[in-house]
Design a protein around this ligand. Structure first.
Ligand code: G3H
Ligand code: 13P
Ligand code: ZN
Length: 332
């Protein structure tokens, strides 16, 4: 058993308390490799933002849990070397079973999500409580989920969104003891969040997605005052990167993400963790495609992964400063 405390990591408890009070959200960025991790940490140190490093089940299978744990240890030292000991959480994203959560808890993670959102309510309660009871023995925080997002949640796919029912949240939190709750208010996973039919077009012909269900969020807040709420599926799908991918041999369909202003509005409320993965994929893929297209003779991976890392860093800095509002809050 490796404790996250030995690695210099923290759980989400204090972070969320401060974020709810301060009206900002902590960035929860997914990573699968060194360049993504470097970009996240550089951006968060430079903007003095706390950060949640997210590892999905797919990322664990891809990168190996022992490597990931030691990368997290390295990142704590790297942040120190870069000049700011920002609080860093290592979090399991969309844990699908007690066993997956336990493996992460036993291997240095400081926070886990148990996603029982696709289960019948009572089964979700029972599974989530089992994870909480185990995790809390080691002071590890747990995120649960109520309501199902449209799109793909790891291997669980759902075509339509089942919004969170505000009347269930109090019962769920008190029965399970979770530390934070992911809810479904209209965000969805992946780069294709809305069909053109779900959107309207503005005067410039740009697709505008439907508003998030702030009414549901408000109801949830009323039922659970001050309780940390999480938004998954919160990529904004930057059009510059969709364009870059398609201009350099890619074939992405038209897609729009969650508008930044809406995420900003959510971050000012009880939403204190915002999950972003797809935007990182788009920025990285766009930059790599552009460089390989412009310099076909290049075969040194550092020559395209380095600029991709830089593009990621710029994007994360922008989000911390102008979307999540977490910049400057590392040492609160
Ligand atoms: O919510 C899902 C995340 O974007 C992780 O995706 O399972 O492909 O790593 P992944
Ligand atoms: P996006 O696909 O919108 O980036 O969402 C990521 C996410 O919710 C990870 O849990
Ligand atoms: Zn998610």
């Amino acid at each position: 058993m490796t404790s996250y405390k030995e690695l210099g990591l923290v759980n989400t408890r204090d972070m969320f308390k401060k974020a709810v009070k301060g009206g900002y959200a902590i960035p929860a960025y997914n990573f699968n490799n060194m360049e993504q991790l470097q970009a996240i940490v550089q951006a968060c140190v430079e903007t003095k933002s706390p950060v949640i490093l997210q590892v999905s089940k797919g990322a664990r299978d891809y990168a190996n849990i022992n490597l990931l744990r030691n990368m997290a240890r390295g990142v704590v030292e790297y942040a120190h070397e870069l000049g700011c000991d920002i609080p860093i959480v290592l979090h399991l994203d969309h844990g699908d079973s007690f066993e997956t959560c336990k493996e992460c808890i036993d291997n240095g993670f400081s926070s886990v999500m148990i996603d029982g959102s696709h289960l019948p309510y009572e089964e979700n309660v029972a599974l989530t409580k089992k994870v909480v009871d185990y995790a809390h023995q080691f002071d590890i925080t747990v995120e649960g989920e109520l309501g199902v997002l449209a799109g793909i949640e790891d291997e669980v796919s759902s075509e339509t969104s089942h919004y969170t029912k505000p009347e269930e949240v109090e019962d769920f939190v008190s029965k399970t003891g979770v530390d934070s709750l992911a809810i479904s208010v209209g965000t969805s996973h992946g780069a294709y969040k809305f069909t053109a039919a779900q959107c309207t077009r503005n005067a410039d012909g740009i697709l505008v997605p439907p508003e998030l269900r702030f009414d549901i969020l408000k109801e949830v807040e009323k039922k659970l005052p001050g309780f940390p709420i999480v938004l998954h599926g919160s990529s904004s799908v930057p059009q510059e990167y969709v364009k870059m991918i398609n201009e350099h041999g890619g074939k992405l369909k038209d897609s729009v993400g969650i508008p930044e202003e809406q995420l900003r509005k959510a971050a000012k409320s009880a939403v204190c963790k915002i999950n972003i993965d797809s935007d990182g994929r788009l920025a990285m893929t766009g930059t790599i495609r552009r460089i390989l297209d412009e310099k076909p003779a290049e075969f040194d991976p550092r020559k395209y992964l380095g600029p991709a890392r830089e593009a990621l860093k710029e994007m994360y800095m922008h989000k911390n400063k102008y979307v999540l509002g977490s910049a400057g809050h590392a040492l609160d």
